[in-house]
Write a protein that binds this ligand. Structure first.
Ligand SMILES: NC(=O)C1=CN([C@@H]2O[C@H](COP(=O)(O)OP(=O)(O)OC[C@H]3O[C@@H](n4cnc5c(N)ncnc54)[C@H](OP(=O)(O)O)[C@@H]3O)[C@@H](O)[C@H]2O)C=CC1
Ligand SMILES: CC(C)(CO)C(=O)C(=O)O
Length: 297
């Protein structure tokens, strides 16, 4: 007996992917789950309780017999190329691919792997962590922003009535850059090997403001409408977090995994160069993050 073709699929059932799979499942739209590691099911724990998403997690793209209507891509950006066979198997010209990754380059990166599909980037605002037992802990109310663009209705429709709040924004560029500034500053945690409490230091506070000022200049030149107070607000936000609050790039460093340094920090130096804006702090920070991530040595 052949199983029905997947209509909603999720590639990358990690911290963010499990959160989305659980929301879809609880709303009665259990996705086809494509992973790298086989699991019998997925488990999400949050203040609202535990959701178990029935598996299995498929690790063979041949299991995806037909393209899906909607694919959520939630692998790390460093893993996108390796997920190409899944994208080929699950995407056709009518497929919407919602990219649940940090950064501002999701469209360019994923379009080359999914000719003809509609790519929709999403800003993922909530933190989630994978525990050692494989369960995912959701640490805040889940919220996504997608651009007012083709494909946004498919995402809204799939998550309607679920625990995930979806905002459709006419000024996605500004929101994506605001999130990128947060991720860029979090890169300092990965270099320091410390959690949010480290922003309480005066010297790191000054560095953060200078670095975010540099990022802000690039963001504005790239079309973001962010005002002069953005760096100060961002620093205050980090200082308001619980001191033991982490970030996914720090978790990757702690586990010896490759870091998403290029899409979170490198991109600001690259865009700065293209736009003729100096990025002296990035020029020190980015090679350090790259070396921590990729060595050699
Ligand atoms: N975690 C967070 O709080 C936040 C993360 N983000 C962003 O979301 C994105 C996803 O991050 P996150 O969920 O933390 O990452 P995780 O590392 O938790 O999850 C990635 C998942 O992708 C799987 N995977 C890896 N390679 C492949 C492949 N070739 N085919 C299929 N699946 C694969 C991994 O499998 P395996 O189990 O084998 O590792 C894992 O299940 C990143 O861009 C991150 O920056 C954004 C906001 C918050
Ligand atoms: C938790 C959050 C939202 C902020 O750093 C994030 O984007 C990440 O951990 O990658």
């Amino acid at each position: 007996m052949t199983s029905p073709a997947p209509r909603v699929a999720l590639i990358g059932p990690g911290a963010i992917g499990t959160t989305v799979a659980a929301a879809l499942h609880a709303a009665g739209r259990t996705p086809f789950i494509a992973g790298r590691t086989a699991h019998a099911d997925l488990r999400l724990e949050s203040q609202r309780g535990t959701v178990v998403v029935p598996g299995p997690v498929s690790t063979d793209p041949a299991d995806a017999r037909e393209p899906a209507d909607l694919v959520f891509l939630a692998v790390k950006a460093t893993q996108t190329a390796a997920a190409a066979d899944w994208l080929t198997a699950l995407c056709g010209p009518a497929t919407v691919v919602c990219v649940l990754q940090n950064g501002i380059e999701q469209r360019e990166t994923v379009a080359s792997l999914t000719p003809g599909a509609t790519i929709l980037p999403a800003v993922v605002w909530f933190p989630a962590v994978r525990e050692d037992d494989g369960a995912v802990r959701l640490l805040a109310d889940p919220r996504l922003t997608v651009p007012e663009a083709p494909g946004s209705q498919a995402v809204e429709h799939a998550l309607r009535g679920s625990d995930i709040d979806v905002e459709v924004s006419p000024d996605f560029v500004t929101l994506a850059w605001r999130k990128l500034l947060q991720n860029a500053a979090a890169g300092l945690m990965a270099v320091a090997g410390r959690r949010a409490g480290v922003f309480g230091r005066d010297d790191l506070g000054h560095l953060t403001l200078d670095y975010l000022g540099e990022c802000l200049a690039v963001a504005r030149a790239d079309g973001a409408h962010l005002d002069d107070d953005e760096p100060r607000r961002m620093l205050d936000k980090f200082r308001g977090f619980p001191p033991d609050m982490g970030t996914s790039i720090l978790a990757d460093r702690e586990h010896g995994r490759p870091l998403e340094w290029d899409i979170r920090n490198g991109v600001i130096a690259r865009r700065g160069r293209a736009l003729g804006i100096p990025t002296p702090i990035s020029d020190v920070l980015v090679p350090l993050l790259a070396a921590i991530s990729d060595g050699p040595g």
